[in-house]
Design a protein around this ligand. Structure first.
Ligand SMILES: Nc1nc2c(ncn2[C@@H]2O[C@H](COP(=O)(O)OP(=O)(O)OP(=O)(O)O)[C@@H](O)[C@H]2O)c(=O)[nH]1
Ligand SMILES: [Mg+2]
Length: 325
């Protein structure tokens, strides 16, 4: 008898295959059991799922007695979004984290310096971005938690060494290796959980020949990735990298509210998704405001000062809004 598995079951099964932690595996198995069609044709599969669940529960009970394995792959998100630094050995990932945050990662002139993830908050203007430094992406370091962290992030910052003659090969190998491990870069349209937004920091642009290599990179992988020259050593370009992380990778904007009779507080932006409308922003500020909103006035780039706008007006980065209820 054919099993006739539904889409919900198949999605749960895919989640099971991708699961890294025991908790994730158990949750996926529970959903598989709940959504599998219950008839004679699936009896064996049902028994198998139950067996796997029992085994997992046993393993989890046994594991909780001993010292706990560290959950690298679950760094709590903070700030405007979580960005994972990705790159070949020695490209300057740790140096980028060090130059943009208060974190103190180990930096060294030999490859495979970084072994564990380390996060830091990078400040760009009035926005905080969570950057996670990672071991280099290479067959030697290809462990499931590395890929899980890439997938769970809000986006990727690919760091390449523009001072290296082999940078093109490194870039192509990196992207191919990521795809082999089910992490795809997709900068347009809807994305599923395997597809990530990314930009590329062409680091070490202070070194001789970097300019030509960056041009080559743009020719070869420029349609896939925005290439932003920078130097963790001199600081050049880092601001632009972070602004592109905020606008293009995280796809966020900042808006400010103007309470009646007061000045807006520019140190406290509301960080909202690109495409946010006046009514979306009102909901974000206060539910009651959204319920009773009549109109709003906006000060910004695309409107004249204090222009009255309808509820479905799309906001731009830097807009100041006054809500009228
Ligand atoms: N000239 C120059 N050197 C840099 C720059 N960024 C990093 N470096 C040097 O490149 C080497 C590697 O830097 P790391 O930051 O440790 O590189 P990584 O990508 O974290 O390396 P792994 O952790 O081994 O993957 C160090 O010697 C750094 O000082 C830069 O912008 N310019
Ligand atoms: Mg490192």
């Amino acid at each position: 008898m054919p099993a006739n598995l539904g889409p919900q079951y198949l999605a749960a099964e895919e989640r099971y295959r991708q699961a890294v932690t025991d908790e994730e595996k158990l949750a996926a198995l529970e959903e598989m059991l709940a959504t599998i069609p219950k008839h004679k044709g699936t009896e064996k599969m049902q028994a198998d799922i139950k067996r796997r669940m029992a085994r997992l529960r046993e393993a989890m009970k046994a594991g909780s007695k001993g010292p706990k394995r560290k959950d690298f792959y679950r760094i709590e998100k903070e700030g405007a979004g979580q960005i994972v630094l990705v790159g070949p050995p020695n490209s300057g990932k740790s140096s980028v984290l060090k130059a943009t945050s208060r974190a103190e990662p180990e930096v060294a002139d030999y490859p495979f310096t970084t072994r564990m993830p380390l996060c830091g908050m990078a400040q760009w203007e009035n926005v905080q971005l969570q950057l996670i430094d990672m071991p280099p992406i290479a067959p030697e370091t290809s462990q499931s938690w590395v890929w899980a962290m890439l997938r769970m992030s809000d986006g990727l910052l690919i760091v390449l060494d523009a001072g290296d003659d082999d940078v093109l090969d490194h870039a192509e190998n990196l992207l191919a290796f990521m795809e082999e491990n089910n992490v795809f870069i997709k900068n347009e349209g809807e994305r599923n959980f395997k597809e990530k937004k990314a930009i590329c920091a062409a680091n070490k642009c202070d070194l001789p020949g970097a300019g030509e290599r960056i041009e080559l990179l743009r020719e070869i992988i420029g349609d896939k990735l925005d290439i932003v020259p920078c130097s963790a050593l001199t600081g050049e370009g880092l601001d632009l990298v972070l602004s592109k992380v905020f606008f293009d990778v995280l796809e966020k904007i900042r808006v400010y509210t103007r309470p009646p009779g007061k000045k807006p507080d520019f140190s406290q932006p509301f960080i909202l998704p690109r495409g946010t409308t006046v009514i979306d922003a009102a909901r974000e500020v206060h539910k009651e405001i959204a319920e009773t909103l009549k109109y709003a006035r906006v000060w910004g780039k695309d409107v004249f000062d204090g222009q009255m706008v309808p509820r479905d007006h799309v906001l731009k980065d830097g807009d100041v809004i006054a809500f009228y209820t």
